[in-house]
Write a protein that binds this ligand. Sequence first.
Ligand SMILES: [Zn+2]
Length: 449
Amino acid sequence: MWMCTFSRRALPALQRSTSAMVCRPLRAWRGPGRAASPPPSRLTWMPLRGQHTLGSAPLPLARHSVRNVRALHEERMMEVEWEDGGHSLYPFTWLRDNCPCPLCTLDSAQARKLLMLDLDVHVGVNAVEVTNDNKVSVSWPDRHASVFDAEWLKKRCFSAAARRALKEELFLNERYHWDSELRVPAADYRDVLRDDKAALDWLSALRRVGVVHLKGAPAERGAVARLAERIGYLRLTFYGHTWQVQDKFMANNVAYTSGKLSLHTDYPALHFAPGVQLLHCISDAEEGGESEMVDGFHAAELLQREDPEAFGTLTSALVDFTDTGTDYCDFMLQSKKSVIEVDADGRVVRINFNNATRDSVLDLPVHQVQPFYRALRAFVDILSRPENMVTYGLTPGNMLTFDNWRLLHSRRSYRSRPDRPRHLEGAYLDWDEVMSRLRILRRSVHGNV
Ligand SMILES: [Zn+2]
């Protein structure tokens, strides 16, 4: 939770200049050297007299026709030849497993009824053919028959390029890395609540850039909860459904003071940290309280390039985080996580770091302790470089929405007005729910792609 207030330079527009982002295989854009120049042809920064707005173009509809099919009995695969000359291979077992007939699939739930125990994982086929309405029909030895839609098959082609494209369509994992030159994309809070396209643009930018500024929310409690309802539901934590960032007596979190907070992600003491954070300014400080944000993925990329040994340490060493106290109820949290989390392909997928809740328990062999501190300091030094940091001041009615698995944020110390203490209300969501809404919005705005 913790922090922020944003008001930053002129606010330009972020626009997706291409629509094919979910249909084509995409390579992750990696800026050579400095990260902040906009990625070629994907994001366009459009100054609109002090506003930044979000926009997206319609997605093209792909249509694929089957020219021919044949069974490769030796390989136990069906080969589809497409009208455009391309070929796709589908293993018999996979086809049988995904038969769309009512015996095998519960249509109302789009869920598989066929039991794994009833699946012959060495099944052969009797015949395959193209039907008159351009579907593919498969006859099985037990007289069962399956009919597959051409588009459905095309989308599930097993080629590396097709799998990459479908993964991008489903997960939108391409990220635009940024530094201090970032002009934070913005949208209108009310538009996002009532307009599907505005909501889609908001969430697409949140996914891609990691932060979006929403303007025009009422400066009162409840705005973050209404926004969360637009998506699905809030992520409840020990700090409550929503939480009030104020200077509190006997604070149970360093965020609930007026002191400076160093760069952190929220809640690494949870093994499954909240994915998205909403932070709404109800009342700002008389002085100070500005927030700083850093793209943790960009910083991790710099660390990997400049200090591979430190990167290796922070992706492998498991660090203890802890959080104990009472709020929504009493809690005593303990977790073990690497500061930089990578996936099976070595790509950075999450940053876990909060110096306040990093435990004194350090479960490392003693000779690894000093290298760990050296590595962590090297990462924090990169995070703290002014050229990587965006500073922002939130004013009442403004809301910051950001990727808590990716961004690190901090807050400068502040002094409240005597009659009106600084007050932010925050809430969390998880990426599963946000991506779910994003997929639904994309379908409602662009059709069934
Ligand atoms: Zn069936």
